[in-house]
Design a protein around this ligand. Structure first.
Ligand code: ZN
Length: 134
């Protein structure tokens, strides 16, 4: 069994890696894969990072047609509710919106991206200064 602190550490490591890369966000499945555990295990740790504003939780509405499964809308679906009739703009599939058509995605907040990039730059400078002195 992996210790809680180790999971938290790995989740943060993954999030920081993602933040310093050009990606906008990620799915909990990629975090789970990185930590080598289940989505249920990493999810609460990701939610913690939403609370401290590193991440933003976005619910994507996806087409329930298995051959399509495209993201129809994200974050702007305040007007969409459960049991609404929807037509997928990509494949034309008509369906009633249900809970299981929504998938969580974590976007990296721009303020955290800015903060971490700045911090990363500084530590780079420190390393260079240090190597000059040796
Ligand atoms: Zn579709």
């Amino acid at each position: 069994m992996v210790a809680q602190f180790e999971i938290r550490d790995k989740v943060l490591e993954f999030v920081q890696m993602a933040t310093l890369s050009p990606v906008k966000g990620f799915y909990p499945t990629s975090a789970a894969k990185y930590v080598n555990t289940s989505v249920q295990t990493v999810f609460p740790y990701l939610i913690d990072l939403v609370k401290t504003e590193e991440l933003i939780l976005v619910w994507e509405l996806r087409c329930p047609n298995f051959d399509c499964n495209k993201t129809i809308n994200d974050s702007k679906f305040e007007s969409i509710s459960i049991d609404d009739e929807m037509e997928c703009p990509k494949c034309g599939y008509e369906f009633e919106v249900s809970n299981k058509d929504f998938f969580p995605r974590f976007d990296i907040s721009s303020s955290y991206k800015e903060y971490l990039n700045k911090k990363d730059d500084n530590s780079g400078k420190k390393k260079r200064v240090f190597s000059l002195q040796t």
